[in-house]
Design a protein. Structure first.
Lengths: 365, 514
């Protein structure tokens, strides 16, 4: 509800402030680690912070990451809002990527229909793959965390097997398919970079997820189930249906991400282990964005920047890319624990501010 | 002589900005029973937590025997001879009574736990203070009243001179209340001091020597129990005259809901209720009396569709309810105010507007083609906030930001804004202050006058006696008595049936059902 909400902007400000503080603390820790490990810490840290802006090409890399992080962040936000902890985005990405690749390599791949049909196929595959753990939970009480994680491995291994045994060009020993026809690869928005259709797909998806969650009956039911499943049951909402459908719809977005991966300019083919574990970073995006779809692209923008900076740092300096895991871990820790800074009161007293806001006493308990 | 315990201009503001205590004064003399009364949110619990070292005051001073003290932790309070019994017990159900009592300060024999000594000490304590309880059985098997005694023994075992009882009677049947009072008097006779937090004014007047009244975080005043009446205390508590009386139904209509040979079982298969037979007519309130856990709550859940029915039938206006889903039952005019508003009745993270519309998501006024009509939802929320005088910032505020009474009003507003045919009500005013109680009672009687058949369950017998037209008493999952409500019917009479001390013959019960 947009109007009459309590201090909506205050909340956005508070959350943004918290996220930024977390980033700053994480970067300070990163700096310390770099200082301890690098021969030239200054250059390494500067690369981490500025490299993504160094050229059109690196900016393209950044935006490409943002698109992908947004999509995985949205998929996780959807299930998190229904308070389901399905971790299956990675599996959905592989299934979506596989089906997008199959369409791209079929006769349809050479027609103008290649991109929409492949995207649709990827979404359907992802949806089916998201549906499975949901159904298993609703029907048999299987924990969606376990089943979705297991399904991830199944998907990765199926895709890897198919590539090696059937889809890679015969006799080359490659672990990837041949390049798709041009008609099946996303057009570049900035020629020569990875700045392609993917970012538009991500932005449209953001709007769609927001609309689904906040403007439809299904979305309200989903959020109510997430807030309090017992309340939903009592209100006459079929929570198992909502649960399964939330996981299915989130799966469609996971599948769509598969299409963005394989048909994007970064790949243009289906390779083994193509997601580079990016799918899981959607958890961080969703947590920092508090599962709010409209916040997801902004978080992805900021986090994608750090991620790209770390990758360039790994290439150009002696500090490994894995450094970013430290930053990531600290951000998750700080944001997820809704930290409040120690010494906050001390600073408040120092600044002469009294912490006695007037409030309605009847709210006291 | 200095008073035993003094709290002087205590102030406490919670981090959220809630001012819970604002210049509170409390003076406790040795050897008295001192009641602290006030509406919910008046700051009683906060004051007690400060006395027991759970919360720290921002301002003010505590004095024990005239000397300033501070209790950074409950441990310090205990060491100074203060004991507290919470409303929700902190006992280990699988441990025996004596183990629970001595837990943390066990008598030792070398490095070994001296069980024999522990048992003897507990037995001696329970005899000395007339808190009869067998030290040997596991606490989990005892009824609530006995568990409470174990809690009191725990405090006494730690040499509490001052015993704080936080709403001790809320969970007890009338006879158990009487036994508790005997124990309290025994305590006082042996020189202990009791601070008694309570809601129910007749009990307060019966047991206490002095009464301190709190309102909105401040102390209104302290009075001698002998010099006040229930009415004048109530006026002090709310700051205005209130009348807790409701009009009885003028006459009842046709049969609305019938429960026939209903059997309910727990998931383990253990029976919860058996052979329940009930009839409720339009325009009447049927009170379900019973100590909690005797099947009343489960019956309401089963009718609402939240619990499987093992056997038997529920009819609403001639239709079988058994095969219908919760939503279909609601569409046939069933409404329900659940026992626990936070666990069941609301989504506290969602907004007021969303909570108010949650049960009407199949209604064309609010949802068309799967899309929410946000304007209509907001307008409806504004209307209900106004009509039910819910104190809130607006429809977009999360329900969790409201006080208990206002949360309950949101539930009542949602369930009663459209005239129900069958209304299930469980603990409508638990933890709700007098002003809101009055309002909720009025809403219930209005629903009744509008033709609803109402099933009301409550732990508060005075509430049941005030609202019900007829009453049935539950004991161990069976209906053991039925009454037509009248001024002659007392809580004590109901109590003997609630505790299973007596049971009506089928003829008398049938007569009350006519």
């Amino acid at each position: 509800m947009s109007q009459n909400s309590p201090s909506r902007w205050a909340m956005i400000g508070r959350e943004t402030g918290r996220a930024l503080t977390a980033v700053v603390i994480a970067l300070i820790v990163a700096l310390v680690v770099i200082l301890l490990t690098s021969a030239d810490p200054g250059a390494a840290f500067q690369t981490l912070l500025t490299a993504p802006l160094s050229s059109n090409r690196t900016m393209g890399l950044w935006i490409d990451d943002v698109a992908k992080l947004t999509l995985t962040g949205l998929a996780f936000s959807l299930v998190f809002q229904a308070r389901q902890f399905s971790m299956g985005v990675q599996g959905q990405v592989y299934m979506g990527g596989l089906f997008a690749a199959l369409i791209a390599m079929s006769p349809i791949g050479a027609t103008p229909m290649a991109i929409p049909v492949a995207m649709l196929a990827a979404m359907c595959a992802g949806a089916v793959y998201g549906f499975i753990p949901g159904y298993a939970k609703a029907r048999f009480g299987a924990s969606e965390i376990v089943s979705s994680l297991m399904l991830n491995y199944i998907a990765i291994l199926i895709v890897n097997y198919l590539i090696r045994a059937h889809l890679a060009p015969q006799g080359t020993g490659q672990l990837a398919t041949a390049k798709f026809p041009d008609t099946a690869i996303y057009p570049a928005i900035l020629p020569g970079t990875r700045f392609d259709l993917g970012i538009l797909v991500a932005l449209v998806a953001t709007f769609v997820v927001w609309f689904l969650l906040y403007r439809t009956n299904w979305g309200l039911k989903l959020r109510l189930v997430g807030h309090n499943p017992k309340f939903a049951e009592y209100s006459g909402i079929r929570s198992s249906f909502i649960m399964v459908s939330a996981m299915t719809v989130a799966g469609a977005f996971g599948g769509l991400l598969g299409s963005v991966f394989v048909q994007g300019r970064a790949f243009g083919n289906l390779a083994q282990n193509f997601d580079g574990n990016l799918a899981f970073e959607g958890i961080l995006i969703a947590i920092v964005a508090r599962s709010r779809p409209l916040a997801v692209p902004f978080v992805a923008l900021a986090y994608g920047y750090l991620r790209q900076g770390a990758q360039l740092m790994g290439i150009r300096t002696d500090v490994p890319t894995e450094m970013i895991s430290v930053v990531q871990a600290i951000i998750i820790l700080l944001v997820a624990s809704s930290f409040s800074l120690p010494g906050k009161k001390f600073f408040a007293n120092l600044l002469g501010r009294k912490t006695t806001p007037a409030a309605a006493p009847e709210a006291a308990k | 002589m200095a008073p035993l315990l003094e709290a002087i201009s205590i102030g406490k503001t919670y981090p959220g900005g809630t001012v819970a205590n604002d210049g509170v004064n409390l003076t406790i003399a040795a050897g008295e029973v001192h009641a602290v009364v006030g509406e919910n949110g008046a700051g009683k619990s906060t004051l007690m937590k400060i006395l027991f070292g759970i919360e720290q005051p921002d301002r003010g001073e505590l004095r024990l025997d005239g000397k300033p003290v501070s209790f950074p932790t409950p441990r310090d309070a205990i060491d100074n001879g203060i004991g507290m019994v919470f409303q929700h017990f902190s006992l280990v159900p699988s441990f025996s009574v004596y183990e629970n009592v001595v837990l943390g300060s066990e008598p030792r024999n070398g490095i070994k736990f001296d069980r024999q000594k522990a048992i003897e000490e507990v037995r001696a304590l329970s005899e000395k203070f007339r808190l009869a309880v067998d030290p040997l059985p596991p606490v989990g098997q005892l009824p609530v009243g006995q568990q409470q005694r174990v809690e009191i023994l725990k405090a006494l075992y730690r040499n509490a001179r001052i015993l704080i009882l936080d709403e001790p009677t809320a969970v007890l049947a009338p006879q158990e209340v009487e036994e508790l009072f005997v124990a309290v008097r025994a305590l006082v006779a042996q020189g202990r001091t009791v601070i008694f937090i309570a809601h129910k004014l007749p009990e307060v007047l019966a047991i206490s020597d002095r009464i301190t009244v709190m309102r909105a975080g401040k102390t209104v005043g302290s009075v001698n129990a002998k010099e006040v009446t229930e009415q004048s205390l109530a006026t002090m508590m709310v700051g205005r005259e209130i009348a807790l009386r409701v009009d009885r139904a003028k006459g009842r209509g046709d049969l609305a809901c019938e429960v026939k040979a209903l059997k309910l079982t727990a998931e383990s298969g253990a029976p919860i209720a058996e052979d329940l037979n009930l009839k409720v007519h339009q325009g009447e309130i049927l009170g379900l009396v019973g100590v909690e856990g005797n099947g009343q709550a489960e019956l309401l859940e089963a009718i609402a569709g939240l619990r499987a029915i093992a056997d038997g039938v529920v009819y609403l206006n001639g239709d079988k309810l058994n095969p219908l889903s919760t939503l279909e039952r609601r569409e046939r005019g069933l409404a329900s105010i659940p026992e626990d508003r936070i666990a069941r009745g609301l989504a506290t993270g969602a907004t007021i507007a969303e909570n108010l519309v949650a049960t009407r998501l199949a209604d064309k006024r609010y949802v068309r083609n799967g899309l929410l009509d946000l304007k209509a939802i907001k307008a409806q929320a504004l209307k209900l906030i106004e009509r039910y005088s819910i104190r809130a910032g607006g429809p977009g505020y999360p329900v969790g930001t409201l006080s208990g009474g206002n949360m309950q009003k949101v539930v009542v507003a949602r369930e009663l804004s459209e005239q129900p045919k069958l209304l299930l009500v469980n603990q409508p005013t638990r933890g709700v202050d007098l002003g809101a109680t009055q309002f909720i009672w009025k809403s219930l009687t209005e629903a009744r006058d509008g033709g609803a058949a109402v099933l009301l369950s409550s732990a508060d017998l005075s509430e049941l006696l005030a609202l019900s037209d007829r009453l049935v008493v539950f004991y161990r999952g069976k209906i053991v008595a039925a009454f037509v409500n009248s001024d002659d019917l007392t809580a004590e009479t109901l109590g003997t049936y609630m505790l299973g001390l007596s049971r009506q013959d089928p003829e008398t019960m049938r007569a009350a059902f006519q």
